[in-house]
Design a protein around this ligand. Sequence first.
Ligand code: AMP
Length: 377
Amino acid sequence: MSPSEAAPLPLGATIGILGGGQLGRMSAMAAARLGYRTHVFAPEADSPGMQVATAHTVAAYDDAEALRRFAAQVDVVTFEFENVPAAALAALEGLAPCRPGVSVLSTCQDRLAEKAFLEAAGVPVAPWAAVRNEADLAEALERIGLPAVLKTTRLGYDGRGQAVIRAPEQAAAAYARLAPKPLVLEAFVPFVAEVSAIAARGADGAVAVFDAVENRHRDHILDLSFAPARVPPAVAEAARAHAARVAEALGAVGVLALEMFLLADGTLLGNEIAPRPHNSGHWTMDACDCGQFEQHIRAVAGLPLGPTARRADAVMRNLVGPEGLAAWPRLLAAPGVVAHWYGKAEARAGRKLGHANLLLPPGRLAAAEEAELLARL
Ligand code: AMP
């Protein structure tokens, strides 16, 4: 690394953010607090990120001229969701420092590359096989067995682009629904919990990890995160160590989330890497001195990473669709709850509109009745 790469961005510099969603919005708010300007580039006008950024560009990700103008106006580029086309980041990479860079984005955009990377980094994953045609699928089913999950290798999120195959006669329909996209077959994991950990890697190579959390989904969308995860300490430490190993091996500058499945025997299997701040890290905004968005901005700006220690236990609830909108006034008045709204124009079903963090004294979560906690959210 050259000395200029290691030098922090000066106060008042501009951080370019590809993507206009809530993750970019909360990153831009953290950047403002640290004395930076932001410029959000996204195809959608009035996006949550644009509402709080210093400047914005509304343009398609393949608009080469708009990307060039954007690069000329920013000091560093980051992205807030990994379905930004890699070609857009590749085009920017020659024009401005990109943190993380296109190689990180490419690895995490392709489930096959991601799984191979996780295995090489020492994070075990469920048995898997690439599926390019029906013969591959038959062979993969033979080897991996049932039940199994067939997934598109790219552009899947919140459970989209996947089908569970429980009986041999379901294979053809699953294939017909997802092909001709490149696919991957995975063993269905009989997990007892879904766990994730957020790791940050600074421009100087330092790595910091937040406490591992336990995630609960509803309709394939993250509903709740419990911080810290209610798992044996050795499991929590192993989850953090896996996330740190991924951050180091990827060499990414910025924050990433590693989603894992926890098996009954305590084994953790890696599922997905999100090379950006993540929904399961929203609790850090209110329970840590330096939350994941500030951490991401610190890394991207070349500042020292902040402390990841947890000052409170927390339960994060996502506010999704009309139900989330209806809960907002109540959550604003709820004791011990810090609520966040993303400024989306419509409260469509399945859309993440905001989230709320219930904060508890350290150590309280493990002992508390879950139903009682959830009644407060
Ligand atoms: P993904 O898009 O890979 O994050 O998957 C979305 C959700 O589907 C996960 O959070 C799990 O709840 C479930 N899922 C994905 N892959 C598997 C698997 N191999 N076995 C069991 N459940 C899975």
